[in-house]
Design a protein around this ligand. Structure first.
Ligand SMILES: [Mg+2]
Length: 255
């Protein structure tokens, strides 16, 4: 089996023609921006994903907390297999969709909304399957956000709180990126391949567990404790590694 390592990135896991590649979006594929809508996806990233998608025979999926519509718009013109809303929305390679009914998030949204009225530096995202409260612009409000949402979650059956980087998110209980990856791995073109999942946040940990349980590789992007067995320093380093892998796989592919 061939694999590809580059200079100081020798410790990164192998990316081979038999890899099933799963990529988180924010903080992994793209740099985190002050506001979620401000992330920048370069043309090079689009080209790299397009090439890898073809080289891996379609076994490349985005696994994100964002909704599918948001992922698709950032990756235009690509429509990749993808899990959105932390796995609450799942689009397989053949286009078939699985959408988990979102829980009643009214109390959560109302409580978070009241906080954002009092503290305009907080940012509330009401998504289809979740409510996200970002405190990146007001880190001193972390405890207040956590206590407010925890209280609302306790009064909202079927919900659970996720902690991310300067964000708390409330979503359907039991939905996870690990579950999404496992669902992809049960179907073609992912089945039978070696899964590799790259992510940067606490919400990616169960994805790392899922791929490593399947004999694959978890790749943590950036600092912080993790159960992933591999790590790279930054989204830029990950993008560089992906671009080099795409170039090398192209050279190695049959004519
Ligand atoms: Mg992320």
């Amino acid at each position: 089996m061939r694999w590809y390592g580059f200079g100081k990135m020798q410790t990164l896991p192998p990316l081979t023609p038999r890899t099933a590649l799963f990529l988180d979006f924010d903080g992994t594929l793209v740099d985190i921006a002050p506001r979620p809508e401000e992330v920048i996806v370069s043309a090079v990233v689009i080209t790299t994903l397009q090439r890898l998608h073809a080289q891996l025979e379609g076994a490349l999926a985005i696994v994100s907390g964002r909704e599918l519509a948001g992922i698709d718009s950032f990756l235009t013109p690509l429509i990749l297999p993808a899990a959105g809303a932390h796995g609450g929305q799942l689009r397989q390679a053949d286009g078939s969709m699985t959408v988990i009914d979102p829980p009643d998030l009214f109390l959560v949204s109302r409580a978070a909304g009241r906080l954002t009225v009092m503290h305009p530096n907080l940012l509330l995202e009401n998504k289809t399957g979740s409510v996200a409260l970002h405190y990146r612009q007001a880190p001193e409000l972390e405890t207040l956000c956590l206590e407010t949402l925890t209280d609302a979650v306790c009064r909202s059956p079927g919900t659970e709180l996720l902690r991310g980087k300067f964000v708390f998110e409330v979503k359907a209980a039991g939905v996870s990126k690990g579950g999404a990856i496992t669902a992809f791995m049960a179907r073609q073109p992912f089945a039978g391949r070696v899964p590799l999942f790259a992510g940067d946040d606490l919400t990616d940990e169960d994805g790392f567990a899922a791929v490593q349980q399947l004999g694959g590789h978890g790749l943590k992007v950036g600092d912080g404790p993790t159960q992933a067995r591999s790590r790279c320093a930054s989204p830029a380093e990950l993008r560089n590694w992906l671009a080099q892998a795409a170039a090398t796989l192209t050279q190695g592919a049959p004519a």
